[in-house]
Design a protein around this ligand. Structure first.
Ligand SMILES: [Zn+2]
Length: 227
């Protein structure tokens, strides 16, 4: 990287040497067209300075009133060098937060970091709900005693993403008619809040019914759903 100057009149480029800046307050005469200009008003950075000519002459004494405004273009380009990484980081954080539910589902290890990012913004990282993926692999219902019953189910998440645990709707039937419907949440089933990818989890519980009702129960229907 070399510092060069361009003559503002004939646009010839010159390599800038320390003496150009120190002598005559930085005023130089163009070696091609003899135009006099302040070298610090026309500074540029160049990757390859080879084609640049080297015959500007520092003046022996200042013959023009010195202009004091700084090289604006140069300061602006340096500001952008600092600003670009900051802007890129802000953009990356914004995209990460927008896609936080999806990211947490695909890479559960990221969940603590995403929660930490969310804290100052009061946002939350939720598990994805995909009723098409989650299914009841098997279920069984049996009478333990006159009015005591037990239910066992196996819930399956065959997908690649961690998903929110659904709730269970259990309908108890009598001669094909629904006699009682119970909705049981993930916590009541003793299941974690989310189902890891490619996993099956077994759960079971038992409960008592009113003796008059329990005598009629002869079947059940179990359905998983997201409230
Ligand atoms: Zn010139």
């Amino acid at each position: 990287m070399a510092i060069v100057t361009l003559c503002p009149q004939c646009h010839t480029g010159f390599t800038v040497l320390p003496e150009h800046l120190s002598r005559a307050d930085g005023w130089v005469r163009c070696g091609r067209c003899a135009h006099v200009f302040a070298v610090d008003q026309h500074l540029y950075e160049m990757d390859d300075p080879r084609p640049v000519q080297e015959f500007i002459q520092p003046l022996s004494r200042p013959t023009l009133k010195r202009r004091s405004d700084p090289p604006v273009r140069n300061i602006q380009s340096r500001m952008w060098l600092w600003l670009l990484p900051v802007l890129a980081t802000v953009l990356l954080i914004q995209v990460t937060l927008l896609q936080r539910h999806w990211l947490a589902a695909r890479v559960p290890e990221l969940r603590p970091a995403l929660r930490w990012l969310c804290q100052p913004l009061a946002c939350v990282v939720q598990s994805l709900k995909d009723p098409e993926q989650v299914s009841m692999e098997s279920s069984s219902f049996k009478r333990l005693a006159d009015n005591r019953f037990a239910f066992e189910g196996v819930v399956r998440n065959p997908g690649d993403a961690e998903l929110a645990t659904p709730s269970l709707e259990l309908s108890l039937t009598s001669h094909g008619q629904v006699s009682l419907r119970k909705v049981i949440g993930a916590q009541q089933l003793g299941l974690p809040d989310s189902l890891p990818a490619r996993r099956t989890i077994t759960f079971s519980f038992d409960f008592s019914l009113d003796p008059a009702l329990s005598a009629e129960i002869d079947g059940f229907k179990a359905l998983l759903f997201y409230p």
